[in-house]
Design a protein around this ligand. Sequence first.
Ligand code: NAI
Ligand code: MG
Length: 342
Amino acid sequence: MRLAVIPGDGIGPEVINEALKVLGEVARDVETVEYDLGAARWHSTGELLPETVLTEIKQHDAILLGAVGDPSVPSGILERGLLLRLRFELDHHVNLRPARLYPGVRGPLSGNAEIDMVVVREGTEGPYVGTGGLLRKDTPHEIATEVSQNTAFGIERVVRDAFARAQRRPRKHLTLVHKTNVLTYAGALWSRIVEEVSLEYPEVSVAYQHIDSTTIHMVTDPGRYDVIVTDNLFGDILTDLAAAVTGGIGLAASGNLDASRTNPSMFEPVHGSAPDIAGQGIADPTAAVLSVALLLDHLGHGDSARRIEAAVAFDLATRDHSATGNTSSIGDRLAALVSSRE
Ligand code: NAI
Ligand code: MG
């Protein structure tokens, strides 16, 4: 397994260190190459993602990313120049974000329901593509446009991925989330494609929900969701909410997938570089460890992925959640649990 590792900034390297520790327990033949992309490199060389680095990264089976970002870098530079660029260049059209409430973890909701969902968010279209511009800038008549792109090709490939996932899960349920009553052009296209693809998956039950009412049900009745498929913007917002109701940002993992497997997919915790706690050794590495499980799953090592998830479940069920965590001791504990489950 050839892995490109981008530890990044802040707590990124701290959590990646633990994630690699756990990976080492399930996969003995991992070859890693580290890339120092992020705020530090941008400050010292002005580089974000040099072509040569991108070409090299493409030669790997997968990418593991910590987090990039620092308050010293103006907003948008790393997001557009590095993170979004990687997603677009590597055609990461499926943004996969599972949200599961593990036993022992107390979410913010009263009477915690059983929550086990996966959000399949479109990753290369919608309003995030940079189609737009400014007219009459710095005048009272300034105009800003930000156009949401929705192609039949782009929608169909994520919808297919979502149906295939729903088919593999026990509940076999899929919810399309959109705002078809107001965004009628894009909404009609999403709805039509979901309907067409559903004919090939007669066992998967399909529901539709508007994004606004989804935010209500995500709080009042999150247990109803199994697989959610949605566009880039709605998915971005919804997955933060899903992470919040399942115990927070320290546990949320994600994958940016090229489902065609032409390019390496990238796995990362949902959280950022957390400059407020960087260097203190208290960041929770669990999200990074669960991202490794997603990575293994994607590369066909489902058994190893299940071992890691089981170790995390055991750790969370028995962890003292009132105490401040210690990054390396959580990593050590997870590594030991994984190795004892061999
Ligand atoms: P953040 O996720 O870094 O932090 C939000 C809050 O959650 C902070 O209080 C932090 O201490 C806490 N937190 C985050 N991860 C944690 C962990 N593993 N364990 C314990 N506590 C944790 O989001 P924020 O503060 O908005 O962004 C900080 C920087 O990270 C910014 O530069 C932002 O652009 C960048 N960022 C990068 C991402 C990426 O690389 N994919 C994603 C999100 C933000
Ligand atoms: Mg986000």
